[in-house]
Design a protein around this ligand. Sequence first.
Ligand code: SF4
Ligand code: ZN
Ligand code: ZN
Length: 324
Amino acid sequence: MVKCSLCQDKAIVKIPYAGLRLCKEHFTKYIEDRVRKTIKRYNLISSGMRVLVAVSGGKDSSTMLVILNKLSKELKFTLYAMHIDLGIGNYSVYSRRTVEKLSQSLNIPLIILEVKKILGYGIPEIASKAKRPACSVCGVIKRYLINATALELGADVVAMGHNLDDIITYAFKEFMNQNLNALAKLGPSTKSIKDLAVSRIRPLYEIYERESLLYALINNITFVKDECPMAREDSLDRIIKVKYFEIEERYPGIKLAFVRRFAKNIQYYQGTEPEFKKCKTCGLLSSWDICSYCRLSFKILGKYMGHDTRNYIRELLKNILIRT
Ligand code: SF4
Ligand code: ZN
Ligand code: ZN
């Protein structure tokens, strides 16, 4: 039996970059300590904050919700969870049920937004009406709904479940495109802009994908194991992830060193960001006169939906906040 580096119990995982083998209990503590350190190192959350957690039901956001819930007492912040029902058949039905179950078990108030109720269609229909890839319209809608909900809720930050491997993948892709503006948004947090955008934070910034998966499995966290049916098998993201996995196998810790250096240098990329604007129809953050969400909704419905969407969220939150 291979023993844990910190006690006499059986090791269940080897962490090559840290030179450790850990048992179930010490691995759980190790991950929670690293999330706590990430929060402190990058000043992601301070005492008294209202934190909105975006939960898809996948392993990362579910793991993040559980860990933040544990840390919320110690670091004294309040948690709200939100989930977007994307209207993607059984995948969405199951994801929603999973998130409902998890937030209920943790006693965290949950806000559910249904894309079908807001825009009349689910993601697959919206993609085909807009003649755009599903993930592209899905990204625009999710970003908008998360930011609008955070603003209406008065949240100080929105916690996103992006892990270290996600960050490397996005960063590499954007670097290849020389999209410095997009790179500027890949740090451990983005900035809040009063009345326009709420800061997004990434508490799993230094947690490897396999660590987040193992944490969920050994702590019996229910999460959606199936992938979204709209995800493409041959996507560039997937190829980059596999390649970086091979590099990490050969050079343990190289990915962790990268995200730390990247976070340190993020200010240089941030200097390249264009001036932000306010969407003329809904009043939220935009890079153009009309934001991507309003333009997308106009394309499929002939109407800019940002304003109505914000009202819808406002009404929804009234009921939820009365109950909490
Ligand atoms: Fe949305 Fe694409 Fe992710 Fe599915 S795979 S949830 S469509 S971004
Ligand atoms: Zn141990
Ligand atoms: Zn708009």
